[in-house]
Design a binder for this molecule. Sequence first.
Ligand code: 5AD
Ligand code: SF4
Length: 439
Amino acid sequence: MGDPKKLYIKTYGCQMNVYDSERMAEALGGQGYVPTDTPDDADMILLNTCHIREKAAEKVYSELGRFKGLKAARPDLKIGVAGCVAQAEGEEIMRRQPMVDLVVGPQSYHRLPEMEARAGGGVKALDTDFPAEDKFEILESRPKARRGPTAFLTVQEGCDKFCAFCVVPYTRGAEVSRPAARVLDEARDLVERGVREITLLGQNVNAYHGAGPDGDWSLARLVWALNDIDGLERIRFTTSHPNDMSDDLIAAHGECAKLMPYLHLPVQSGSDRILKRMNRSHTAESYIRLIERIRAARPDILISGDFIVGFPEETDQDFEDTMNLIRAVNYGQAFSFKYSTRPGTPAAERAQVDPDVADDRLRRLQALITQQQRAIQDSMVGRDVRVLFEKPGRMDGQMVGKSEYLHAVHVTDARPQVGESYQVRITHSGPNSLGGDLV
Ligand code: 5AD
Ligand code: SF4
């Protein structure tokens, strides 16, 4: 046997891509590849890409441009593009960047080992099918190596909601849920290998309806089953849609001990006129009522959201409605974006907002969110929170972990080990994290 081949994977975009990259690395492990963290000495470079906004998609081409020299120096180097840009642009990628050897979409990457073997030396491999078979069943199971304390686990993929701005229904396909038994097996395996916190992933994770032994399971049923796994301490899930926030899931937030008090629930806009044009099929009012019901079940829950500003035809009044919704909800965290035109989506055809106006709205919205985020973070000072430690901090003797509310927490103490949780009394609140002492 020669030296193992080296695989460099760069991941863009969402947590589902992070999970997919792990699975692709494992699948290519069967072809003799081991991971490397630099492209310079790699035998294969794989970009796992995101198509959600124009900037994300363009990054792929500029990154590929940087590999030209490497490919010229080592013609055996294989270059692949995976993920949502691969799905959306397919062969176009090879036309724009002829050095790309293979292009594989998010629903067909179980075929990657065979494609890798075929591609190279001028032979191209392309697969952007939505195959009938389940890629997770065909992929080699995860190797039994020890893992860090937190892991992602994809349980649902795709989206049937067709928000007017979004490419996901086109790049990831229709909503599909993995069978409950498979998810539970994978979760048990992760826990055996050291994982203490699992984040269930799906583009519409709360629409989960995987086959169970007695009919389809809801996400709440799945969460309750995970709650019974010894050694697993924490359960999270993301991303949820307001329309799929079922009563049993809301109740689980109050009753299920391992389900963490943090919920990412994007609303996108606070204007009913814009929500309608976005095809969101909920109103600002129904979202606020929903948050009230969730807080009634779990009063200390931290709410996170996503917002788009400058959606086509958004007026000053529409934007003020969004600001008012933010004031009404009080977010612990939020991600906000300027609307980005995505070819092929319905909103791409409509009258666009002046980019300067959109910039100004984004600045104002982000200032309000930052203020709320900081106030909630500052209110943790003096409280005791449970922290699951994940890694040493940047300073000597420091350990960093996450609170139940997903705040990063630093302590300077020799006692906590990676993967252990402790009560920490919060003593200060910095721009991006909290600090405290073990109780
Ligand atoms: N422009 C800007 N933001 C978008 N998002 C999705 N599509 C677009 C787009 N075309 C945002 C939404 C979504 C998050 C993942 O990305 O807020 O919730
Ligand atoms: Fe995109 Fe809307 Fe589906 Fe979320 S719910 S993935 S924003 S279409």
